[in-house]
Design a protein. Structure first.
Length: 133
């Protein structure tokens, strides 16, 4: 007998909410104090609109914004932007996705661009063209 896929989806949804409610109820007894800091342009962020976040294997936070890529080391930001006269710069400033592969390379996607950041070298951004894929 074939099972209805909606039944499975409903059961998974119910399981998710049970686990979530157990997690919330158990964490309500915890007395952890959290400190939140707000970052924006005055603190060095390239743009206040963050589209994506990725933490690499070194603990850096990479933030893709509408105006470049920001790397946060826990103390300060380093900003990467497109420089038309530098072929190794970020190929575009509107960053939509960031992912790290098994070798520690960051793959950065934006509007019609895909860039690879090789952390083993100083900095290398390479623009992948559609005809070379």
């Amino acid at each position: 007998m074939k099972k209805n896929p909606m039944f499975r989806t409903r059961k998974l949804t119910q399981l998710f909410f049970v686990i979530l409610s157990l997690n919330i109820s158990s964490s309500s007894f915890a007395q952890d104090n959290f400190v939140f800091e707000n970052f924006s342009i005055p603190q060095g962020l390239s743009n206040p609109t963050i589209n994506c976040i990725c933490e690499d294997k070194y603990g850096f936070l990479w933030l893709g914004t509408n105006d470049g890529l920001s790397r946060y080391d826990g103390y300060e930001f380093k900003v990467y932007k497109n420089n038309p006269s530098d072929s190794t710069s970020l190929p575009g400033n509107s960053i939509r996705t960031i992912s790290e592969d098994n070798e520690g390379n960051l793959w950065i996607g934006g509007n019609n661009v895909l860039a690879k950041y090789d952390s083993k070298k100083i900095i290398l951004f390479c623009k992948l063209h559609k005809d070379k894929m």
